[in-house]
Write a protein that binds this ligand. Sequence first.
Ligand code: FRU
Length: 490
Amino acid sequence: MSKNPTPLERVRDYEREQAPKLPADERPLFHLTPLVGWMNDPNGFCYYKGQYHLFYQYHPFSRQWGPMHWGHAVSDDLLHWTYLPCALAPDTAADAGGCFSGSAVPLPDGRLMLAYTGVQPAGTFRRETQAQCVAFGDGTDFEKSLLNPVVRHAHLPEGYSEFDFRDPKIWREADGTFRMVAANRHEERQGAILLFSSRDGLDWQFAGEIDASRKEYGRMWECPDFFPLDGKQVLLVSPQEMQAREEFHAGYGTMAMLGTFHEKDCQFDRESVQPVDHGLTFYAPQTTLAPDGRRLMIGWMDNWETCKEAPRRHPWYAQMSMPRELFIRNGHLYQRPIREIETMWRDTVSHEQITVQEETSLPGVQGRTLDMTVTLHPQASACRRFTLHVAKGRAHYVQVRCDLARGELIFDRSHGGSCRDIAHTRHVKAEVQNGNLTLRLLMDKESVELFINGGEQVVTSLIPTPLDADGITFAADAPVLLSIEAHHLA
Ligand code: FRU
């Protein structure tokens, strides 16, 4: 240990000291957790020098949110992660109040560039402010620019906030110029996403406002992402303090807007709006482009309401979602689990076209680390209600109820082991399509990610259920035909 360690060295020393003490078998099998302490948003998701890099909002010294650092991990397949030392600590005048969320882009000269929000602490006469900073490095060590913050309130027209101005997502265009979208809160239009451009990544110009909440979709929009996909332009944001409306639940949500972008006048014609994930615990997703052209998304498998009441059973708190591949079909954003998960399939069990009514368990179909697809074929059946129980033990279960008549699914973890008065249920559209309803469930110990009808709707939720509750049962109000394919994961 050096005699006068910098704040970053202090964290790295702490990580080295903690790492051997952390029980690896308590971690999920394939979801990323922080090395130690607290984690929130995914940051700097990118493919660099032959590996995926994922950074995360990180407070190593406790399992609660605190002064924000960037934790760091790398992976070949996005399922098995290796920790790298903490990448950023709040240690300069531009970010003394925290290194908030941001992104990364590989540079042609071989360096990796990070863009993040520097929080400048409150002083006697002013509130805490936020501005965008950059750092450059080799994939492990990063040097912050002396010009930080490089995008500040002074760049903005009137009406935009210097207090809510964060989460830069950067990319490089084919001509080598840089773009950035960042979130702001406008006096009237509230949550707003702003676009900037730069030739060198240091000197930035404001290009315009891409879209805004206009009091319809929450007070502030966080963590924007903006990319072309399957002939459309997609804007992802995470709204705060949203009122329940349309398919959106109240509180912290995720939202995808599909439309067309006219770069010349920075005009985004929004054509449709949808929740990204209907679950209880999914927020602040970020995407990157895989080398094979897939648009991959990963989110924080939590939110600011649920995390307050969640148990702290491990020396780390929070996890990332399963990485998902995005695609557009019929003007709708779909998600499917990345295909790399197939390399973890072991002991596949199939039950083809079996009839179920009374609550039934099936040989070989159980466990808490599973990739299972249930296909309902309700055509010739009087069945109106189908119920799937997972994580079922003597005292607990997590329930997925399909109301086939209404075309609705209810995800319900009320009996999953929580003793907190927080949301435990979600209602989501789940219609029989071409005679089938498919439910793909990915379970990884304390989480369930449910992909309905090939990823048309997704429901992500942590479950606090003891791990010995590993039963799975199927039941219906009238005989119904089912097919099941369950892959155990290892
Ligand atoms: C989203 C968020 C971001 C911010 C970060 C702070 O979850 O609130 O807007 O940069 O978390 O940790």
